[in-house]
Ligand binder design. Structure first.
Ligand code: ATP
Length: 308
């Protein structure tokens, strides 16, 4: 049993630099080959000792988010308690800075952060391989949120191999004024594929991995791609204007992030990313745009004194 009263974990959003969607599997999921990168837009999850499980959600991106047992942070705590046969309770507090239903895996990140925070709070010392298995049960992107940096994901995205790169990656996120449900975007992709009989083949993960390893931004901009983009654009056609705004503002390349509707743009350097973010924001084609740094670490605990 740990004697710590409170654990705080910070967890980054993710982008998919390449997202190749294979056929629909018998279990209802698609076979994916994706290149994930963690970016420095963080949610913060705090876990405190309590009886039973309780959850509070606040912060600039918390609007409309349920603070009950449907929340992924709650589900993560409940799953860990069951797996670790722990009767200890937790009061979770989630500060949302990652927009919800934006394709940035904020919910998965909160689940990863809650797993780590509760494991530390309850003094369980769960081996990483077991945390990985619990993460995969909670959602396809939860495992990546535990590790962060840059990785190739296969299966549902939960089987990871790290990609090493020494370069800095500067991105701009253009966040839309509404969310898109991930299952509805996959359904639209299936519908489009059935209607045309042509499998989407826009994404080129191998070329993205090579460009990342070489630190070659031009090759990366050329290779990045997302098989879900046509489906996201069909459901949210206004994103075409956001993409145009980013490219006109000087981005090396732009695309829909994951299942959208966030759009992500690659920039040459930090100053250019900031100027692109300002220009996209001024174009009025998104709710807000922000420059972020890629390849940051995943969920990480930081212990605070009990009175903070
Ligand atoms: P995905 O990770 O499925 O690609 P996403 O990145 O587009 O999704 P998220 O913000 O992770 O979007 O949330 C998807 C859905 O999960 C939301 O619509 C919300 O109802 C539910 N959800 C549950 N818990 C959370 C949470 N802690 N933060 C955000 N969403 C949550």
């Amino acid at each position: 049993m740990s004697d710590q009263q409170r654990i705080t974990v910070r967890v980054p959003a993710k982008i998919n630099i390449s997202l190749a969607v294979g056929p629909l599997r018998a279990d209802g999921f698609h076979e994916l080959t994706t290149v994930f990168q963690a970016v420095d837009l963080y949610d913060v999850v705090t876990a405190e000792r309590a009886e039973g499980i309780a959850l509070a959600v606040q912060g600039p991106e918390a609007t409309g988010l349920a603070a009950d047992d449907t929340n992924l942070a709650w589900r993560a705590a409940a799953l860990l308690a069951e797996a670790g046969q722990s009767r200890a309770g937790v009061a979770l507090h989630v500060s949302k800075f990652i927009p919800v239903a934006a394709g940035l895996a904020g919910g998965s990140g909160d689940a990863a952060a809650a797993l780590l925070a509760c494991d530390r709070l309850w003094g369980l010392g769960t081996p990483m391989a077991e945390l990985d298995a619990l993460a995969a049960r909670l959602g396809s992107d939860v495992t990546f949120a535990l590790y962060g940096h840059t990785a190739l994901g296969t299966g549902r995205g939960e089987r990871l191999s790290p990609i090493s790169t020494t370069s800095e990656f500067h991105w701009v996120l253009a966040v839309a004024s509404r969310g898109l449900s991930t299952p509805s975007v996959y359904r639209e992709l299936d519908r489009q594929r059935q209607a045309t009989g042509v499998p989407a083949d826009g994404a080129a993960p191998d070329r993205v991995v090579a460009a990342l390893q070489a630190g070659d931004y031009t090759a990366l901009a050329d290779a990045m791609g997302n098989d879900l983009q046509p489906a996201a654009l069909a459901l949210a056609p206004e994103l075409a204007r956001t993409l145009e705004a980013g490219v006109s503002a000087g981005a090396l390349g732009g695309m829909v992030a994951g299942s959208g509707p966030t759009c992500v743009f690659l920039a040459q350097d930090r100053a250019t990313a900031q100027s692109i973010a300002r220009d996209i924001q001024a174009s009025g084609t998104c709710r807000f745009a922000v420059a972020v740094l890629g390849n940051v670490a995943g969920a990480r605990p930081a212990t605070l004194p009990a009175d903070q």
